[in-house]
Design a protein around this ligand. Structure first.
Ligand code: GLC
Length: 598
């Protein structure tokens, strides 16, 4: 299975949010399961500065988009079993910020067009192109456009992952031709149009063969106006190809037993080191050194959808409880002002750092006792998983990935791995905070077992990678790619591997309720033995076993029957010629760039 993963950010190269964590971990996890994976990213200034010396120049080409004819360089790097490609155009990407520029539309249209253009130069012709968020949303659209003329583009299946539906890439439809190089038909037939705007994410959702979000609950929520930012109709329309795949975290990077970033290592069995981390945290942020008082922590962007209004409403009631509060993050002025002001009211009991600081965030994950995430909406959320791994018990609102990863504590039967509340209500939040604080203070043994269960949860990427591979298998009509090694890892006896004809797994196309499996977030020891290992007949909801071709959305544009103009091998030969012809003359590249800038 050949997968091209398209993303606008990835750890360790460039990061503004959770997408980077996912894009840094999922491709290696797919490769580990036997897929051939390449990732493609823009070559931002920060990538060039930090990784420039490790990048290999492959070749360059020109990208035609509307009236523009722009240089595109291709660099690569091998890491973790994956080829990481970087597309170079200094005019668009040699800037310090990743996004938030007035020409973002043009920059990411170039990026998406360039991904399709550079397919000829990648190490393989992909079977699946997997895009993420609005920045690469034009890729499935361009593939459809090009597919009208060339079969080889039609052969590529596409997946779109929505990490946060709030960001859709909305533009005046007037710019469709000039900026995106698309003809007016794309807006006229409604494919790319929503509420009068050209909406790139909507176009991608309609064009993709499979669409997913980053948790099963969020996939369901997206069908409701409260969460969908006006896309609920589109999501409902696409529910057959929509699923929710819970993100994972890097279990090796975030391992309290070995993490060199924290003061003292510890484990679920022996949490003595955590006490030391707690004392250190209290010293670091100016909280009173008191081992008996629980520290409630927040590491968050200070923006509205993180549920900060709830905290503003009842902060003083919270601070009447025998607890300490530490907040780390930056964001909207009004929240920064509120938290700074509030911290002054509770010296030694409340500490606020307006900062984006990896080291301090690790000290908090390791040293705090409770982790508060009362989000209004949360597609997946990674910090609650990291917190749990470090024995910091989460208190969350039951939304999106928070609901799928945190099961409420039931002390009477020693179940659950955190605390949660359902309604977006400050009273309800206060109630569970109180419950958590008093469980910590009055029933340390029960709290200790709860902490242990949180720490033993399995949030590894391997599980999510298997779900993605199943989606890829569904849309390409391939057998579930079980390789000998994977089979061994999954402990599947050879005879159980599904034969190719039977495998058409349509599960991903099923309504999310079915695809969702809360079990997956359960502590490792409870996690159901990997469902994927079951023979295909069992794993697929047999209701509607549609062959992949039919399951794909109707082509938005009639695909004219054209002669196969370029076979893959022909293109490869041409590519080889081009490479020799162009050599690696950077001078020529600069000239090209100048030309295009004129
Ligand atoms: C976005 C979402 C977050 C999710 C992350 C990775 O940042 O807001 O909930 O964990 O993407 O998918």
């Amino acid at each position: 299975m050949k997968i091209l993963y398209v993303t606008s950010e990835a750890v360790p190269f460039c990061k503004t949010g959770g997408l980077a964590d996912v894009a840094g971990s999922l491709p290696p996890a797919l490769a580990e399961q036997g897929a051939e994976v390449a990732v493609v990213l823009p070559l931002y200034a920060r990538v060039r500065d930090r990784f420039g010396s490790q990048l290999k120049f492959e070749c360059y080409d020109y990208v035609d988009l509307a009236w523009r004819h722009n240089y595109c360089g291709l660099f690569s790097m091998e890491k973790d079993g994956v080829t990481w490609y970087f597309l170079d155009n200094e005019q668009y990407f040699n800037r310090s910020a990743l996004y938030g520029q007035s020409d973002d539309g043009e920059r990411f249209a170039f990026f998406s067009r360039a991904v399709v253009r550079m397919l000829d130069h990648f190490k393989f012709w992909p079977e699946v192109v997997h895009c993420n968020d609005w920045q690469s949303a034009l890729v499935p659209i361009y593939l459809k456009d090009d597919g009208v003329r060339e079969e080889r583009y039609r052969s590529i299946k596409t997946v779109v992952t929505i990490h946060n539906i709030e960001y859709q890439g909305r533009y005046n439809p007037y710019v469709l031709g000039e900026l995106f190089g698309l003809d007016a038909g794309w807006a006229k037939d409604g494919t790319i149009l929503l509420d009068g705007d050209a909406n790139l994410l909507k176009g991608a959702i309609l064009c993709a063969d499979a669409v997913n979000t980053v948790s099963p609950t969020y996939a369901n929520e997206l069908k409701m106006p409260y969460f969908a930012h006006r896309m609920e109709g589109v999501m409902r329309q696409c529910s057959e190809k929509l699923s929710g795949v819970l993100n994972g975290i890097d279990m090796k990077l975030y391992d309290p037993r070995t993490d060199g970033r924290i003061l003292k290592n510890f484990s679920a069995e022996d949490t003595a080191g955590k006490d030391a981390c707690k004392a250190e945290l209290q010293r670091m942020v100016g909280l009173r050194e008191d081992p008996q008082t629980p520290i409630v922590a927040m590491v968050s962007r200070l923006v509205s959808h993180k549920g900060l209004d709830l905290i503003c409403e009842v902060l003083h009631d919270m601070m009447e409880l025998p607890m300490q509060l530490v907040v780390l993050g930056t964001g909207d002025q009004r929240y920064e002002d509120f938290f700074s002001w509030a911290a002054q009211q509770y010296p030694g009991r409340m500490s606020v750092r307006m900062d984006y600081n990896e080291d301090l965030s690790m000290a908090i994950y390791a040293g705090a006792d409770l982790f508060l995430m009362p989000s209004k909406s949360e597609p997946c959320g990674l910090s609650q998983m990291i917190a749990m791994r470090y024995g910091t018990v989460p208190i969350v609102r039951e939304t999106g990935g928070l609901k799928d990863t945190v099961q409420p504590c039931e002390s009477w039967r020693d179940a659950g791995n955190g605390f949660s509340f359902a309604n977006y209500s400050s009273g309800d939040m206060l109630h569970v905070i109180r419950e958590a604080v008093y469980l910590y203070k009055d029933y340390p043994d029960v709290f200790g077992r709860l902490r242990q269960r949180a720490m033993s949860c399995d949030f590894s990427w391997a599980r999510s990678a298997r779900e993605y591979l199943r989606i890829y298998a569904t849309i390409t009509g391939q057998a579930w790619p079980i390789h000998t090694d994977t089979r061994r890892a999954l402990e599947i006896p050879p005879e159980e591997a599904a034969p190719a004809e039977e495998s058409a797994p349509v599960k991903e196309a099923a309504p999310v309720e079915e695809a969702a499996s809360v079990e997956e977030a359960a502590p490792a020891e409870e996690a159901a033995p990997v469902e994927e290992a079951a023979p295909a007949e069992e794993s697929a909801p047999v209701e509607k076993p549609v062959p992949a071709e039919e399951a794909a959305p109707a082509e938005e544009k009639p695909a004219k029957k054209t002669r196969k103009t370029a076979s893959k091998s022909a293109s490869k030969a041409a590519k080889a010629d081009k490479k020799t012809e162009k050599k690696t003359s950077s001078k020529k590249g600069t000239a090209g760039k100048k030309k295009s800038a004129e």
